[in-house]
Design a protein around this ligand. Structure first.
Ligand code: PLP
Length: 488
């Protein structure tokens, strides 16, 4: 085993007989002999044996190898990686909230139900919807839930022919995936060179077999889809419903509402727009909102406010069923509520314009050195198609890795699939002009370096704790347990 201290696994540090803590034998703990024999192990588990300072140093050092929005700028397009105010964490970890049990009687959790209700009302106002369920666990889970609402709606009208969902080619990969999981067939509609959906092509696809048109606005290229009212009119005329993927709601906060544009069902990624830390797979929350007339199809249970001001859980027979254990990721919901209340109306209404200004500022400051295939005012994010000078052989992947040497997280790369060398930047509203200027300087210096010393860029990163993992080998031949490693 040849790993230095920073890359060692906790198993490498194990020494037989070392202990961090031992449970005292005071006569109160049940003795192992009391356990039924069929529950007993035949051999001792192979656990690492380490002293307490070794454990603490190991995990503390691992944590400093990581990159987070608390350690630097994170311009990851399509992810809205904004800074997460610490007050949200304090609220979410209040013992009165964090220690609740999901099956406590309603009468003992009135405050928690009120928080759920208040967030539902705030999101309904922000989205222009009638009611939200906060139960789904992520954006993709929200998409699935929303499409199930749409299916339940068509089923309730005895309209069984509607089996297709129209999805633009610029859509996030979760859209077609969710449609397929919901048992619907995906029909792709092309984008025009300006990045917006081709309305004429869409018109040709609409008929009585279409359950829904699924759109993202601004779309994943950061372009505002200005034809939504026309598209919604056409879809409704054909009997389909409009689904809004709200992962890109950030630039629209308080400025325009999906409900007012003609969307019937939408989801919001609380872990993007409403400032919950994310990355690494969760936890997230993907509330789903519906316009008036669709509430009864939302998943069970729902939180209702009774006439006497108390709150309780209800279940509707028309509901699509249940999509989560009880009421979803409650701590993520509390962070979102804390964020909304601490910003207030005025603060929320500044988020979109600032995010838009920051994105356009970076775009305009780099467009002479990076290829800008869609040359329009963008919203919260935009896409470069790699370096303008393609003669150096330096790719988007190389640029992204070189950024790591300068203390920035990489942008989203090779998505959207509209361009070969996509490099997608989303600064969010929480970054200062100084951070944006530093990022712009570094992006410019990388473009210069690609000409003067291309190998320096191609071999990056040079300064990160882990330099060149072989991602192909890792994907083809994953080693996921220590014991496999030692047996080799
Ligand atoms: C992030 C994202 C999703 C998926 O959300 P998850 O919470 O990651 O499941 C869907 N659509 C768009 C446009 C996104 O950016």
């Amino acid at each position: 085993m040849n790993r230095d201290f920073y890359h060692s696994l906790i198993f490498d540090l194990s020494r037989p007989g070392r202990r961090a803590y031992a449970i005292p034998t005071n006569g109160c703990t049940p003795s192992i002999a009391e356990l039924p024999p069929q529950l007993m192990r035949e051999s001792a588990p192979q656990l690492p044996e380490v002293d307490e300072p070794t454990i603490v140093r190991h995990y503390t050092n691992l944590s400093t190898n990581n990159f987070g929005v608390d350690s630097g700028f994170y311009p990851l397009g399509s992810c809205t990686m904004k800074y997460n105010p610490k007050i949200n964490e304090e609220i979410a970890s209040l013992p009165s909230m964090a220690s609740l049990h999901p099956y406590q009687p309603d009468s003992t959790v009135q405050g928690a139900l009120e928080a759920y209700w208040n967030l539902n009302r705030a999101l309904s106002e922000i989205g222009g919807m009638s009611e939200f369920t906060l139960n789904p666990f992520a954006g993709a889970h929200g998409e699935l839930t929303g499409l199930m609402v749409i299916r339940a709606y068509h089923d309730s009208r005895g309209d069984a022919k509607r089996t297709k969902v129209i999805v633009p080619d610029s859509a996030h990969g979760t859209n077609p995936a969710s449609a397929a999981v919901a048992g619907l067939k995906v029909v792709e509609v092309k984008s025009l060179p300006d990045g917006t959906v081709d309305v004429e092509a869409l018109r040709g696809l609409l008929d009585d077999s279409v359950a829904a048109v699924m759109m993202t606005n601004p779309n994943t290229a950061g372009i505002f889809e200005h034809n939504i009212p026309e598209i919604a009119r056409m879809a409704h005329e054909a009997g389909a419903l409009m689904y809004y993927d709200g992962a890109n709601l950030n630039p629209m906060l308080g400025i325009s509402r999906p409900g007012d544009m003609g969307f019937d069902v939408m989801h919001i990624n609380l872990h993007k727009t409403f400032s919950t830390p994310h990355g690494g797979g969760g936890p997230g929350s993907g509330p789903v909102g519906v316009r008036a007339g669709l509430e009864q199809f939302l998943p069970n249970p729902r939180v209702v406010r009774n006439d006497d001001g108390t709150f309780s859980l209800t279940r509707s027979d028309d509901s699509l069923g249940s999509v989560s254990a009880t009421l979803g990721n409650f701590a993520v919901q509390l962070r979102a509520l804390s964020y909304i209340l601490s910003l207030g109306n005025d603060g929320l209404m500044m988020a979109g314009p600032l995010a838009t200004l920051n994105a356009n500022y970076i775009k305009e400051s780099l467009r002479d050195l990076y290829c800008l295939p869609i040359d329009r005012v963008c919203k919260h994010e935009f896409v470069f198609d790699g370096l303008a000078d393609k003669s150096t052989g330096v790719t988007t992947l190389n640029v992204a890795k070189r950024l790591l040497d300068h203390g920035f997280h990489a942008p989203t790369i090779y998505f959207p699939l509209l361009f070969h060398e996509s490099l997608m930047i989303e600064p969010t509203e929480t970054e200062s002009i100084d951070t944006l200027d530093r990022f712009i300087d570094v992006m410019r210096s990388i473009a210069e370096e690609a000409k003067s010393n291309p190998d320096m860029v191609k071999e990056a990163p040079h300064r990160t704790p882990v330099r060149h993992p072989d991602d192909t080998a890792a994907a083809l031949n994953p080693v996921v347990t220590y014991f496999e490693l030692t047996n080799d």
